[in-house]
Ligand binder design. Sequence first.
Ligand SMILES: NC(=O)c1ccc[n+]([C@@H]2O[C@H](COP(=O)([O-])OP(=O)(O)OC[C@H]3O[C@@H](n4cnc5c(N)ncnc54)[C@H](O)[C@@H]3O)[C@@H](O)[C@H]2O)c1
Length: 338
Amino acid sequence: MTALTDVDFRSAYDGQRVCVTGGAGFIGSHLCHGLVRHGARVRVIDDLSQGLRENLRPLGDQVELVEASILDRKAMAAAADGAEVIFHLAAVASVPRSVAEPELYLRVNVDGTVSVLEAARTCGAKRVVFSSSSSVYGDQPDLPKVESMTLDPCSPYAASKSAGEQFVRAYARCYSFSAVSLRYFNIFGPRQRPDSPYAAVLPLFAEALVRGRRVTVYGDGAQTRDFTHVDNAVHANLLAGATPRVLEGEAVNIATGRAMSVLDLLRAVAAVIGVEPAYETGPPRPGDVLHSLAGLDRARELLGYEPVMDVQRGLEETVRYYVEHLPDVAESVGGTVD
Ligand SMILES: NC(=O)c1ccc[n+]([C@@H]2O[C@H](COP(=O)([O-])OP(=O)(O)OC[C@H]3O[C@@H](n4cnc5c(N)ncnc54)[C@H](O)[C@@H]3O)[C@@H](O)[C@H]2O)c1
């Protein structure tokens, strides 16, 4: 399929009302910036359990923030009211936390997704774009992961995303709206939080190295991931929300299509900061998969998706963001970690 361009995005989104669940979070706030750039009128519903109001502050009154849970059916329906497209990103989003608190994942990620779909159905939205995850593939040895593979969730988080996808597909079949699930592979970029016990690997590495601390690598560091800059996730959402094609609840990989080991990521982050990549190893974490790499054929065919930001350029931009935004970094940057 021919890719949509910025001009097509402008004509698709200009003046259009859209709802973004989880829009104050990392990926959601980048999506809001992209939607506003193309003229959309954006309403966000976010309970601010992880998201931050300040992520949306630069957008001023171009984004309306409803501070509520997607589990609150009334608030969810009010947030979806009048929206033609609902981008559903709100979720609890960590694999290790899901192992510790599985029922939370059932509530927020499964019941929450049904709540969003119900709001879409009753408010007459034309399309739902669901943020799913590569974790649904589990630890199958075959690479790249392609959408025709049987799903094999290894964690409550992966199970909750897999269940969310099934509901998305069922709603697309039973009710007359278009829907798609985007399976993101390890998204990174500015604004991803380093300050949580369940933070993703890149912000953890960047924060530790910027502060001159030793990094902990779980497992031997040879595990690989398809690290994907957030601009690619935003681009995929914009494509999925704008394509004239009817989407029938398909699931689509969204990634860069290149594997990188965790140790290579550490070395790359250290190189941008200008420090030695000092680390110690810890035991592998339950629920983590060994290798992950996306096949992108379906994304190309269904959405006209191609990555818009490569890993190296994305890493440089992101690490520079952490260097600028983490306090008290000046004295540690440029030194050697012990
Ligand atoms: N970051 C990744 O690498 C990655 C990979 C695969 C999938 N995803 C998915 O992408 C989506 C966005 O992830 P992210 O990395 O931006 O995480 P995030 O935690 O920054 O964003 C999630 C947002 O949802 C909000 N939220 C949580 N529970 C809510 C509730 N009950 N009601 C309303 N809002 C609620 C949080 O406050 C937060 O702003 C999630 O669905 C996640 O599962 C992310």
